[in-house]
Ligand binder design. Structure first.
Ligand SMILES: Cc1ncc(COP(=O)(O)O)c(C=O)c1O
Length: 470
């Protein structure tokens, strides 16, 4: 493609995205294609000759777009948000255009130094203690794996990287912790059997006394408690584990404390939510995802560590071909995680923080929390619905309760969710809490307004009434 054509199509693509933002409500939130439908429209063999951008873009609209689920739709209330913003998208275009691979300082000094600075901004914005140093990972799953690997190294006196290890190390997380903890425990070689799922209380938060008991029991058996993962904002219900109490136990037993705030971390931007981080000085590492609830398009996960030396000691490796004259004076983020090659992700976070400012970001997050409280009130006031968990952030867990037993209610709520999502106007997902099928209303899209939340509630109530009649 000639540069002049790139210019022309570049303008067209930006126009397309701007139109998409403007008209997104016209799409059904959840793609309605049947499995295999998209693949069936793709040729079995790659094209031998280059095709025109005109026809590629036409196929994008015709073939690809129907198979897209619209995460940026204001009726998106499923899972957690993965919201973006115009500033973030513009930065991604620049990142792709520059095409820098930012593995070490020399391969783009600006990428390293911007990441360093913008993560310290983020640290200040969410109120993490001074001294915590940040690095961008692709996902929270990767960040948690990094924490588990660092904890493993520390617990074995930095011998496991050298000689391997025969477990004997244990890991603890609540029975509500995200599946990435279990995955990480398996991958880091602890062994699934060494993961203790600590019981939770009525709010689905970890019970510190149960953690203490589990650790004591393991120590009695000669095992070494290597890592506790506490969650600020669990995936099912956004429960908050009591950080300070857990942190004290970790310090007592010389155990790594990793905090998974993948979704909930963004709320720490708000002064009124800072209670979430009480005890933060006791953490060893912390992850939050700007790619969830901070308007920075996927992927961008911020991983903070108290002692970067431990992280670097776990991951650093010095092949001759990667050595540079600057190594003694700079950060080389290749040593701060698993991957060598790195995208320039800091640029989009920088664009987002600068374009909204801290106050702009706070206003959006505060509004999402307000809307969730409003939705919860409607649930509470309706005689046939009930909330199923506290709402500390912007997720409301609820269900229809027409007075039947739990098995019948589970089936009813499952049908209800299907009916609601079939509207195409909104998309919610579910979880189970203590065996009960629960609908999750996760409010966090950049363009979601009160009218969208109200519409969702009306669809839910209407669908329940229709199901009752049926
Ligand atoms: C609490 C929590 N931790 C971790 C994750 C995994 O996030 P990622 O997709 O960035 O690995 C999620 C995803 O929703 C989550 O809710």
């Amino acid at each position: 493609m000639e540069n002049k054509d790139f210019r022309e199509f570049g303008h067209r693509v930006v126009d397309w995205v701007a139109d998409y933002f403007e008209n997104i409500e016209k799409y059904a939130v959840l793609s309605r294609v049947k499995p295999g439908a998209i693949k069936a429209r793709l040729p079995l063999k790659p094209p031998a000759q280059g095709e025109s951008m005109e026809s590629i873009l036409a196929d994008f609209e015709d073939i690809v777009l129907p198979g897209i689920t619209h995460w940026q739709h204001p009726g998106w209330f499923g899972y957690f948000p993965a919201n973006n913003s115009p500033a973030s998208v513009l930065a991604e275009i620049l990142t792709a255009g520059i095409g820098a691979q930012c593995m070490v300082w020399q391969t783009s000094p600006a990428a390293t130094e911007l990441e360093d600075r913008v993560l310290d901004w983020l640290r200040q914005m969410i109120g993490l203690p001074e001294g915590f140093a940040g690095v961008i990972q692709d996902t929270a799953s990767t960040a948690t794996l990094c924490a588990l690997l660092s904890a493993r190294e520390k617990a074995t006196g930095f011998t496991s990287n050298e000689h391997g290890f025969a477990s004997g190390l244990t890991v603890y997380a609540s029975d509500q912790a995200h599946s990435s903890i279990e995955k990480g425990v398996k991958m880091a070689g602890y062994g699934r059997d060494q993961l203790r799922m600590i019981p939770t209380d009525d709010t689905y938060a970890m019970i510190p006394e149960k953690l203490e008991e589990a650790i004591a029991e393991d120590e009695k058996k000669g095992l070494k408690p290597a890592c506790v993962v506490a969650t600020i904002g669990t995936t099912s219900s956004t429960a908050v584990d009591p950080l300070a109490a857990i942190g004290r136990i970790c310090r007592l037993h010389d155990t790594w404390l990793h905090v998974d705030a993948a979704y909930g971390g963004s709320a720490c931007l708000l002064a009124e939510m800072r209670w979430l981080l009480e005890g933060a000085e006791l953490m060893d590492s912390f992850v939050m995802n700007p790619h969830k609830w901070l308007f920075t398009n996927f992927d961008c996960s911020a991983y903070f560590v108290k002692d970067p030396g431990l992280l670097i000691r776990t991951f650093e490796i010095h092949p001759e071909y990667l050595k540079t004259g600057a190594d003694a004076h700079v950060k080389n983020y290749r040593d701060w995680g698993i991957q060598l090659g790195r995208r320039f992700r800091a640029l989009k976070l920088w664009f987002v923080v600068r374009s909204y400012g801290t106050e702009g970001l706070q206003a959006l997050i505060r509004e999402h929390i307000r809307l969730s409280r409003l939705f919860r009130r409607w649930v509470e006031e309706h005689p046939m619905f009930e909330p199923m968990a506290p709402t500390p952030f912007s997720l409301v867990c609820f269900r229809f309760n027409g007075g039947k037993d739990d098995a019948a209610l589970n089936a009813f709520n499952k049908d209800l969710l299907e009916r609601v999502n079939a509207s195409g106007r909104v998309f919610l997902t579910h979880t189970t809490l203590r065996g009960r099928y629960v609908l999750r209303m996760a409010i966090g899209q950049r363009t979601t307004r009160e009218r969208h939340v109200r519409e969702a509630w009306e669809i839910i109530v209407r669908s329940a009434e229709a199901l009752l009649k049926a």
